[in-house]
Design a protein around this ligand. Sequence first.
Ligand code: UDP
Ligand code: MG
Length: 322
Amino acid sequence: MRPAAPDSPLISMVVPFLNEEAVLPRLFETLDATLPGLGSYRWELVLVDDGSTDRSVDVIRGASAGFPGDVRVVRLSRNFGHQAALMAGLGQARGEALICLDADLQDPPSLFAKFLNHYAEGHDVVYAVRQTREGSTWKRAAYWVFYRLFKSVSHIRIPLDAGDFGLVSRRVATLVTAMPERDVLVRGLRSWVGFRQIGVPYDRPERAAGETKYSLSKLLRLAASAFFGYSALPLRLATGIGLVSAMLAALYAVYAIIAKLSGHAAPAGWTSLVIVVLFLGGVQLISVGLLGEYIGRIHQQTQARPLFVVAETLEFPASETK
Ligand code: UDP
Ligand code: MG
């Protein structure tokens, strides 16, 4: 392959990973095979090590020799989570366009050609939309419900079934990484920024090797970041339920007074009393919990701790022989 001219556009790929020694060789094989066919681009691979404890970095060291571009490993000082790692990578990448993808080949590099075409047409954001998704039925159902529920409550339009896999222009990456948010959802910030955005449909395959690194608790945290970061509806919901309950109580009071004045004996009413007390107690606790979610985020924001800490950066530059 002829090396790309020094003035051809530099495209960065940002790949956060956690203990992916099983799949990283496959990632390199696929990229080595795909990138040269995509046209006259220079490539940079920014791998963000989100606190791996396996041999991932050794694997990268070995595999980077055949890669048609520069390879950089940004090692975080511990596991900060996928979203924080993604932000670290977006901040370090130097390309004029940046492609975010997972290490496990669930985000197939065969889509890069479409991403780059849309970028060349003037789109600032190209995101991949999952038409089908592999994996367990309950997980797929949970994703389906989540994205639709989220769409109905969020105050920005985040595309349905789109993850972080996609391309962003340099200016979008700069804007996203400059945001002072502590509770980060990259796909949300990316939508919020605006400019010309477009979706590319694809079928999401199973991970090529290894186990998922997204535990249930990490997934739930991601869902909470989306809900509470992009919607004030839960707060309004509490107000709404409170108003309806108060109105019902007022109506009941009027009825009780009229019943009393017209000489009816008050009903025994123990059951209804218990139901009302339990219901309102529950509503109050839920409301306090919802408030807590927002206050917790305010607390986190005022602490203003950095999203991640970089321990070291390893460079594996493209050699002349590549
Ligand atoms: N990942 C990460 N830090 C974490 C969890 C995951 O960097 O704390 C990486 C992981 O190595 C992979 C990507 O995030 O490259 C997506 O994770 P995974 O494939 O395990 O999630 P799933 O596709 O199962 O939802
Ligand atoms: Mg995956």
